[in-house]
Design a protein around this ligand. Structure first.
Ligand code: ZN
Length: 151
């Protein structure tokens, strides 16, 4: 099986069976749109001190944007904020690599299913789809922090 088609399977699986979808109690809520593709996401974060207690979301749009939110939920819930930022930065690096970055073992361990988006980084228009929920998470987290909810 080719790596690209294996990656596509992972993305489709998250799209068809999203993890943690639905809006639940949160400290902050944001709504982000990706007008070039028509993707939308409403995302809430819930913090317990420095730990991400929940990331809940509702959205619509292409399979990449929706699968990415499902992967984000998998990766970030239960993590400390510092670790979550490390994951977010690694994902951003991968998505900005224009298909040039071959995920190594360290990156695979950190990103788990998110490495499946490596192939997407070749298509500038789709990169925004993959990053939509991650930007929403960053924004919601900044809001939750500024409101002192995690203090
Ligand atoms: Zn999209």
């Amino acid at each position: 099986m080719k790596l690209d088609s294996m990656y596509q399977e992972v993305i489709l699986d998250h799209y068809k069976h999203p993890h943690g979808r639905g809006l639940r109690d949160g400290d902050a809520e944001v709504h982000h749109v990706n007008p070039t593709c028509g993707d939308e996401i409403t995302l809430r974060v819930k913090y317990d001190g420095e730990t991400i207690a929940d990331v809940s979301y509702e959205g619509q749009g292409c399979s990449i944007s929706q699968a990415s939110a499902s992967v984000l939920n998998d990766l970030l819930v239960g993590k400390e904020l510092g670790e979550a930022h490390k994951i977010q930065e690694a994902f951003l690096e991968l998505m900005q690599s224009k298909g040039q970055l071959e995920p190594d073992e360290t990156m695979e361990e950190l990103l788990e299913d998110a490495v499946a988006f490596a192939g997407v980084s070749k298509y500038p228009a789709r990169v925004k789809c993959a990053l939509l929920s991650w930007m929403a998470w960053k924004d919601a987290t900044a809001q939750a922090l500024s409101e002192g909810k995690t203090a």
